[in-house]
Design a protein around this ligand. Structure first.
Ligand SMILES: Cc1ncc(COP(=O)(O)O)c(C=O)c1O
Length: 425
């Protein structure tokens, strides 16, 4: 059994979020002196804005440091911090050249932000099927291709990674633009290449529920200098950030404000430094859970195309049937066990919950309403998505769990599954 007693940090999640919140990823678990010190650096100068004010800021540039830390973590040539993971996804899309009228293949299992980013870029989402990796499959992408397909927004879900060899074969064969929404998978990799860096641009979320949190924030990564430049300009009203005369710089493109504040960046910076430790600790706990639960009849797991690249923020259980999954959820609830997501019905991450997208409820007209939707979103046929997500229960893993706590949870899950599979007709 792994030794979990050597955690380098105190467990003080209860200070900030109570003991009950365990159904998401662990950044929020570790909030302490490092975060406070980074914030204090900013408070001491009073410069909360990421650009300019050179004379007053005492060389404190937290957004820049966050970008350098993320670039180092994942081996990216460029990283650009913005106000949210949603904004990072939009910047990635726009900087990759996706725009009005372009068809972009998207998964039906993702946070709805992915779909919003495509729509706000003016593009047209085309839903394609997933597989047991919880991500778009190469086969699903192939089936969704049309002569108007410009790109794919691949989402790496639940801390894991998509099956990249198969997906890159389709991307390369059809010369598609690949953008990755790795909002839930910063630090995950496939055969040594990190999620977010397989295509033209990728996005990570730093919201309160991610492996590293800034409170609110996001980071776009790319290996392409031009893509980075566009994102940098686009996220700040098109300013080119050359020179020190704020407001009188050149504006090569039209943009908008998706800037991150120095305070948020300061928190994100301290948290990013914790990510390698969190991934290591998560993996030890996930391994223990999988070894034990793998023996339980009826339990299997979402496929990990590269088990060594798991960020392990979630244990992703697959039950034999949707009925068994629903009954397992009921048994867990009856036993007072929390900390899991049944995305099929409970969460805002699956197409079955997106009536507003299916019926295109908009505040004011979006480009898609002028171009026409490429699919009838109300009659989509995505059988694997229904089959996989109906059977999926994801437990958020906490890097601070003791071995005993992991053991107790494994026992609770085993008891719930055994009852559920037993009563299934
Ligand atoms: C896959 C994915 N993409 C994008 C986002 C949006 O990130 P944010 O909440 O930082 O805007 C999320 C957040 O949950 C997500 O899970």
């Amino acid at each position: 059994m792994p030794n979990f007693d050597t955690l380098p940090l105190s467990r003080n999640c209860a200070d900030i979020c109570g003991n009950k919140i365990i159904d998401y990823m662990p950044g929020m678990e570790f909030f302490g002196a490092d975060e406070r010190a980074e914030i204090n650096d900013v408070l001491e100068t009073g410069i909360l804005f990421r650009y300019n004010h050179e004379a007053q800021r005492n060389n404190i540039y937290k957004a820049r440091e966050l970008e350098a830390a993320v670039a180092k973590l994942v081996g990216a040539n460029y990283a650009h911090a913005v106000s949210s993971g949603s904004a990072a996804a939009l910047c990635a899309m726009v900087a990759a050249g996706i725009g009005a009228g372009d068809e972009v293949i998207v998964p039906p299992f993702t946070y709805v932000a992915t779909i919003e980013a495509v729509l706000l870029a003016g593009a047209l989402p085309v839903f394609a099927d997933i597989d047991d990796t919880l991500c778009l499959s190469a086969e699903g992408i192939r089936k969704a291709l049309t002569p108007r397909t410009k790109g794919v927004c691949l989402v790496h879900m639940c801390g894991q990674m998509a099956d990249m060899d198969a997906i890159m074969a389709v991307i390369n064969e059809h010369k598609l633009v690949l953008v990755e929404d790795a909002g839930q998978a910063m630090g995950a990799s496939y055969k040594g290449v990190y999620t977010g860096l397989w295509g033209r641009a990728g996005a990570y979320s730093f919201d309160f529920f991610k492996i590293a949190t800034a409170g609110e924030g996001g980071v776009m990564v790319t290996n392409d200098e031009q893509v980075y430049q566009i994102a940098d300009n686009y996220s700040d009203h098109g300013h080119d950030h050359i020179g020190t005369n704020r407001g009188m710089e050149q504006h090569p493109i039209i943009g908008f404000n998706y800037r991150i504040s120095e305070l948020h960046a300061a928190v994100g910076l301290a948290q990013t430094r914790r990510v390698p430790m969190i991934i290591e600790q998560n993996n030890a706990r996930k391994k223990q859970l999988m070894e034990r639960l793998g023996q339980v009849p009826g339990v299997s797991f979402a496929r990990l195309p590269d088990p060594d690249g798991d960020s392990a923020t979630f244990l992703n259980l697959l039950l034999p049937t949707e009925a068994a999954a629903r009954q397992t959820v009921a048994e867990l609830q009856a036993a007072g066990v929390g900390g899991f997501n049944y995305w099929f019905t409970n969460m805002y991450h699956f197409i079955n919950q997106w009536d507003h997208i299916k019926t295109m409820q908009t505040a004011s007209a979006l480009p898609i309403e002028k171009f026409g939707a490429p699919q009838d979103y109300q009659t989509l046929d995505l059988p694997n998505a229904q089959h996989v997500i109906g059977r999926l229960i994801s437990f958020g893993i906490r890097a601070s769990w003791t071995a005993d706590e992991v053991d107790t949870l494994a026992g609770q899950i085993e008891a719930a599954v055994t009852k559920a599979v037993g009563v299934e007709v």
